[in-house]
Ligand binder design. Sequence first.
Ligand code: ADP
Ligand code: MG
Length: 697
Amino acid sequence: MNILQTDIKFVPGVGPKKAEILNKELDIFTLGDLLRYYPYRYVDRSRLYYAHEIDGAMPYIQLKGKITAFETFGEGRKKRLVAHFTDGTGFVDLVWFQGLKFVESKYRTNTEYIVFGKPALFGKKYNIPHPDIDACLSEDDRPEGLFAFYNTTEKMKSHFLNSKAMQKIIGNAFAILKEQMPESLSPDIVAALHLMPLHDAIENIHFPKNPILLRNAEYRLKFEELFFIQLNILRYSADKKSKLNGLVFKKVGLYLNTFYEKHIPFELTNAQKRVIREIRQDTASGKQMNRLLQGDVGSGKTLVALMTMLIALDNGFQSCLMAPTEILATQHFQTFSEWLSDMGVSVALLTGSTKKAERERIHDALQSGDLQILIGTHALIEDTVQFHNLGFVVIDEQHRFGVEQRARLWTKNERPPHVLVMTATPIPRTLAMTVYGDLDLSVIDELPPGRKAIQTLRRYEKKRGALFDFLRKEIQRGRQVYIVYPLIEESEKIDLQNLEEGYRQISAAFPEFAVVKMHGRMKPAEKDEVMQKFIANEAQIMVSTTVIEVGVNVPNASVMVIESAQRFGLSQLHQLRGRVGRGAEQSYCVLITPYELSADTRRRMEIMTESNDGFFIAEADLKLRGPGDLEGTQQSGIPFSLKIADIVRDSDILYRAREVASEVIEKDLRLEQPAHLVLKQQLSRLSGNRYEWGRIG
Ligand code: ADP
Ligand code: MG
């Protein structure tokens, strides 16, 4: 057995009880897992500070000196122990709130110690709460270099597994390892990139001798992490491509030409033309297309989808479009029906609320091939939906769908249809490479002409009067207004109350206008009715939750008011804002917040008022929140988590990893060469650990 597979309970200092906690809290089961539990930061312990140097902004420091006296203050739960400490240059208090007895019995006065901790200002005096205290070793024995810190949970701490204890057991793990940790990258890669060998990298990530070795260790481990993600994605997509013969759309025929010449009321943007060209090349190539189309809100992705469906139709194939919500599917259906009227194309809508008789009619027409384009929601995935010859699948607003669902649509034809995934959540390139690395990328980076940039304003909650005057003026000029309230599951009840309250308030403030409201709890038919009323401008104000977020298109609506804007993430704010600015009128987005905001939130609001650029906002979002929270990663169901690399900061390493991974795949798709065996093993080890690598797609 591989020594790295050793159960952690056998690591000295762990034992069954702590092992259980490490299993539960950190997913650490084996010696190997433990060694891969990386520190989150380091402190230089080679330098001694003087007490008179201390100021409040210092990180962790160490001092050498003596405790002059112990003193306890307070009673019961408020009790604290203070040790007065001096190094001859000044005084600090060492303070404990727990384990007082133990501390008092362990340390003596007038004995030289090394004290380590983070100084804090209390009253006018500096103190160090819960410091680490070591006997004062001779110069030679003192720990060299950088000292690692580990994230721990409350549960761990209550079982004596704090950062220092983690460091200790990781040290013990190293001691029982004896031999070198086996390399996980092939020797040619290690050599070509001058990477630190795995064993040294792991040692230096935990016990760095100096900053240069630490940096090399970090580079090595980050590279490895990103490399295997890329290797897997590339292997998977190359494999898929080599296996899957795509349907060939050779012809450009009557449908597309007629539509292009007679039915589009405007000129395509250059970006739209370019993307359609890219898709035409793909679909004629004989390989199956898997393409991600990114385009900011309002950039005209729907039209692109429609035109590619006509190419499929010209070649005798059916198409379908899957949207994340019923509202959106309905709207697409209406747009398509309108654009395709007089062209003799049959289009149908299938959603959860389609009546049984209609549903059966659709099923039959699909199977006979009479129905050419089907638009719908998740309902399209159901097994009862069978096509005659499905050639082209469009998935709108990708982030609402899981990977599984994407894959299930492919199986609806004997040979997999071409797939176009459209998203208005611009994904930074580095993230796209990591999450959607198997998809080819097209970008619409240009808005249709004549659009005025949306003006984004911030207003405080207390100043509604001026806002209402502004809204009234806009409505009198013929415009319509959205007012959006946050709604999250955890506080759903209160959120819905806020929405109702807001609705009442708005209705009372604007008696001369029709106000409608909408939220996710309403029945689809009700939502639809409300939506239709708003589209027809029978209602001038819509008060709603984020159900209107995705894709809804009412060009006459020019004002978006977002209540409690501080509760939304950047990407979501940008999505909401994209509901306006779709017509020729000047549009506005008003962000309503309280006065008091955290620094992060303030920054989010600033970014919104400064920029309309979805890509810029997505990058900023990634920086502020980290990829874990980013819309599109969590919801896409793609299982990747990074332990050490950061796809924003480490983009250079990511590109390098991608390069090296594609060289490997080009040479040896199945990883059969002896030198690549180690890569294959590592990949399968990674897939054993909760990743389902093989099924990404
Ligand atoms: P999104 O990319 O957000 O899905 P849509 O496809 O809904 O955007 O398009 C937004 C609006 O822009 C629609 O009303 C659409 O008819 C219009 N539109 C699309 N392409 C053009 C174009 N080339 N010129 C003018 N308007 C366009
Ligand atoms: Mg859209």
